[in-house]
Design a protein around this ligand. Structure first.
Ligand SMILES: Nc1ncnc2c1ncn2[C@@H]1O[C@H](COP(=O)(O)OP(=O)(O)OP(=O)(O)O)[C@@H](O)[C@H]1O
Length: 313
């Protein structure tokens, strides 16, 4: 199996007035799982469909191993995709379904049983797909995508509808596929569902890329935030914002009146309050969960996006 990466350059798609994808560029490397993250409507599916040659870009290119999907000699041996994990004929058994796709792709029949085994579906091979749970449908979709033993896998929202056990299974499975040297791109609108699964991320918001790179590195770049409970909150806020604490100091007031300070450490904030004789009843580093990072990256705050931008590897 040859290792192919995905390269997206200046990719843009306009549907009439709507710019679904706006000059997006990133690279997806073999051997790791890459999360393609963004809220609903951010443009993830449209980007994946352009990579798969199902939607024609308005501008830019998407290539797999240097070639557009439509230029690949044997596409299903290079790329496997799951865009809709529920799309089966309800009266076909899992084996019938795989046999049909196996024949269409020109793959050896032996792949059907190999994949039923690998995906833990062997004992359900004769059941009609309409009786399958969401998790079983997800596995059958993955089996279908893997029939051609592709080196690149594109999965649109594979964690959707899975219970924690299903997500744990998916994590192990996708990690195995990446360890085999495959390129794995997984979209999601919920970072917490995939944060244990992905190594790298590409984050988009309203069609534009806001961050790309190893998740751990992007999380480290997030400025620390300090939560302050103070009866003198307004004075402290004014003090922090007076411009002499450095250009990066910012304060937001939470609903309960406490302050969320960024651009200053907890010690700097405490010293500032003490020097001005302001009372502080509580102070600590805010929980910098990745979900908060994701919200910071994708919510509508002008000028917020650029500070996390990294090089797409
Ligand atoms: N065929 C189409 N015609 C018109 N607009 C479209 C079409 N396909 C997508 N869009 C619009 O493009 C934008 C991006 O949609 P897309 O489905 O790519 O986002 P997404 O990030 O995959 O979101 P979701 O997680 O909700 O699927 C949305 O505003 C959507 O309404």
């Amino acid at each position: 199996m040859k290792a192919y990466g995905i390269e997206v350059t200046g990719l843009t798609k306009r549907f009439g007035e709507v710019t679904a994808v706006d000059s997006v560029s990133f690279a997806v490397e073999p051997g790791v799982v890459t999360g393609f993250l963004g809220p609903n409507g951010a443009g993830k599916t449209t980007t994946m469909r352009m990579i798969l040659g199902l939607v024609t870009p308005t501008e830019g290119t998407a290539t797999i191993g240097g070639r557009r999907y439509t230029e690949l000699d044997r596409p299903t041996r290079t790329v496997g995709a799951v865009l809709d994990a529920g799309a089966f004929h309800p009266n076909h058994s899992a084996r019938d379904h795989l046999r049909i796709y196996c024949a269409m792709g020109g793959h050896p029949d032996s792949r059907v049983d190999e994949l039923l085994d690998r995906l833990g579906l062997a004992e359900h091979a004769h059941r009609r797909t309409r009786t399958f749970s969401t998790g079983m449908k997800q596995r059958l979709s993955l089996a279908t995508a893997l029939l051609g033993d592709p080196s690149v896998l594109l999965l649109d929202e594979p964690s959707n509808g899975l219970d924690p056990e299903g997500i744990a299974w998916l994590r192990t499975f996708l990690r195995e596929l990446a360890a085999e040297g495959r390129t794995v791109l997984v979209s999601s609108h919920v970072l917490s569902e995939v944060q244990q699964i992905v190594d790298d991320v590409v984050v988009i918001r309203r069609g534009r890329m806001v961050a790309a790179g190893p998740l751990a590195e992007i999380a480290r770049r997030r400025p620390p935030t300090v939560l302050v409970h103070s009866p003198d909150a307004e004075q402290l806020r004014a003090l922090i914002l007076d411009g002499t604490r450095g250009p990066d100091a910012e304060v937001a007031t939470a609903e309960d009146g406490s302050l969320r300070v960024s651009g200053l450490t907890a010690a700097e904030t405490a010293d500032l309050a003490a020097a001005a004789g302001l009372r502080v009843h509580g102070l600590g580093a805010e929980d910098s969960s990745l979900e908060q990072l994701f919200l910071d990256l994708t919510q509508d705050r002008a000028g917020q996006a650029g500070q996390y931008e990294g090089d797409a590897r």
